[in-house]
Design a protein around this ligand. Structure first.
Ligand code: SF4
Length: 495
């Protein structure tokens, strides 16, 4: 395996748009997952550009190691890409946390970088640890023992107010007091568990778009740009529903097309509900006419007209991916989804007509009130779809999140979810490809999604014990004694 420095040099040589700068105040913009994942995050790229717009600040990127076992064995430090400085040599380590399971990567990346992850164990000479990212839209309280401050929600504007304080005031306790007065900034040591509101940026700042294009990411060589922000729909499990930050904010077709470089070969249109953009098919057609392939981050089945699917095929799609959400029409109704049987049937017909190889459907199991009958309906329905076009199911167990109407609901239970997955697998054997994510890790995600600061602290215990599922199970027993373990096994866990 090449050394970290060789890997960094190779990746830098293949990037376009990297910013090499210097300034008196240094920020290590750190992603708690490896480079391939972090560089696919548009939010991370936007922060990179925003911070480097300031003459008084330089921001360099750092990532979790590609291979933790290798990094530990060879004592490879976490260093920034642009100048290969260790995290500890920075004034600020700014971490973006996407979802609950990334807490482990956040803790390990800080500690591997020589910075105590717990705030109380850091000395005044350690960097200021600033956090933000998608997790702040639901439940960031589990970050409370680790972060000095957390930017809540859309950070493009707030991050400048934070930097103004950190650059001008170097005393840690005064920094915290000043930041506690900045709107949308949560300072756990000052505010406790009481969270400020989520920031929404001025529409004039949209769209977010990539600073760096690289072949070494999940979305190889793709220029990422936001086509819209937020969503006008109201799915009851979703953090990005219309009540969050005022619903959907559109970017005009003209603006999107003008920002995508003429020489880009691939464009990724990003947003919670990109297919709801009223001019999405025209945008696709215009980009295809430039000779580009295009990817969309989300496709709603009720939007998939014949013309839309045809445009996707010309844009390079081989698999038509959309959301089925619940296994039965009844459950989709309870989630307030717009995906109906007729939409999914129509999507399958269009996929076949346009020569797609597969229809990929995402759905959740372990939903409130779900029974085996719902799973059996899913088997019958997907079996019928598979006679039209090959079908793959991407399945995730339902996890209730804060800031949604389904907040606080229990986890169905690992055994219940595994039973339902097995029923689906058996029923669809030979007819559809069934690819579930882990029920066990969904339970860990649920404990953290519903957890508090103390729950967040327990992640460090689990990480130190080895980070396996059993380590989390043991660590979380401390929250409610043996009750939680028993409830997990019996499928009746409680928050
Ligand atoms: S699941 Fe999708 S369509 Fe539904 S509210 Fe969330 S972003 Fe919108």
């Amino acid at each position: 395996m090449p050394s970290l420095r060789d890997t960094i040099a190779l990746r830098l040589s293949r990037e376009r748009g990297t910013l090499f700068r210097d300034a008196p105040f240094r920020v290590a913009l750190t992603y708690p997952s490896p480079y391939r994942v972090g560089m696919s995050s548009l939010g991370f790229q936007v922060m990179y550009r925003e911070l480097n717009r300031r003459p008084d600040v330089v921001a360099e990127r750092a990532f979790a190691p590609d291979d933790w076992a290798w990094a530990r064995k060879h004592r490879e430090p976490v260093v920034t890409y642009e100048s290969q400085r260790p995290l500890g040599d920075h004034d600020v380590v700014a971490l973006s946390v996407a979802y609950e399971i990334e807490l482990a990567g956040m803790i390990e990346t800080l500690e591997h970088g020589g910075i105590p992850s717990l705030r109380e164990e850091r000395a005044p000479g350690h960097p200021f640890v600033l956090m933000g990212g998608p997790l702040t839209f639901s439940n960031p309280v589990t970050l409370g023992a680790y972060a000095d401050a957390v930017v809540m929600g859309e950070a493009e504007e707030v991050v400048h107010a934070v930097m103004d304080v950190l650059v001008s005031e170097r005393d840690r306790s005064r920094q915290l007091k000043l930041l506690a007065a900045v709107p949308h900034v949560w300072v756990p040591s000052e505010h406790g568990a009481s969270l400020p509101s989520i920031a929404a940026v001025d529409d004039a700042l949209l769209p977010a778009h990539a600073q760096i294009v690289t072949p070494d990411t999940e979305l190889s060589d793709m220029f990422l740009i936001e086509a819209e922000r937020g969503c006008s729909r109201g799915c009851r499990y979703c953090v990005m529903r219309r009540s969050t930050n005022g619903g959907m904010r559109l970017v005009s077709m003209e603006r999107i097309l003008s920002l995508i470089p003429e020489d880009a070969r691939k464009a990724g249109l990003v947003g919670a509900a990109v297919s709801d953009h009223p001019r999405i098919v025209e945008i696709l057609d215009a980009l295809v006419d430039r000779g580009m392939s295009v990817g969309l981050s989300s496709l709603r089945p009720d939007r998939l007209s014949d013309r839309f699917v045809g445009a996707l095929k010309r844009a390079g799609y081989r698999t038509l991916t959309t959301a089925m959400d619940g296994p039965s029409e009844r459950l989709r109704g309870t989630l307030e989804r717009h995906a109906k049987v007729k939409h999914l049937e129509r999507a399958a017909e269009h996929a076949r007509a346009h020569g797609m190889t597969t229809l990929k459907l995402y759905l959740m199991v372990g939903l409130p009130t779900e029974t085996d009958d719902d799973i059996d309906e899913c088997v019958e329905f997907v079996g019928a779809l598979s006679r039209v076009v090959p079908v793959a199911l991407g399945i995730a167990p339902f996890v209730s999140k804060r800031n949604t109407p389904l907040d606080g609901l229990p986890f169905a239970g690992i055994d219940v979810v595994e039973h339902r997955l097995e029923r689906l697998r058996k029923g669809l054997r030979g007819r559809a490809d069934v690819r579930p994510t882990s029920a066990r890790w969904a339970w860990v995600e649920w404990v953290l999604a519903q957890g508090d600061e103390r729950t967040g602290r327990l992640v460090r215990d689990a990480v130190r014990a080895g980070g396996r599922f059993a380590d989390y199970q043991r660590a979380f027993e401390g929250i409610a004694g043996g009750r939680r373990r028993l409830s997990v096994l019996r499928g009746a866990a409680e928050p």
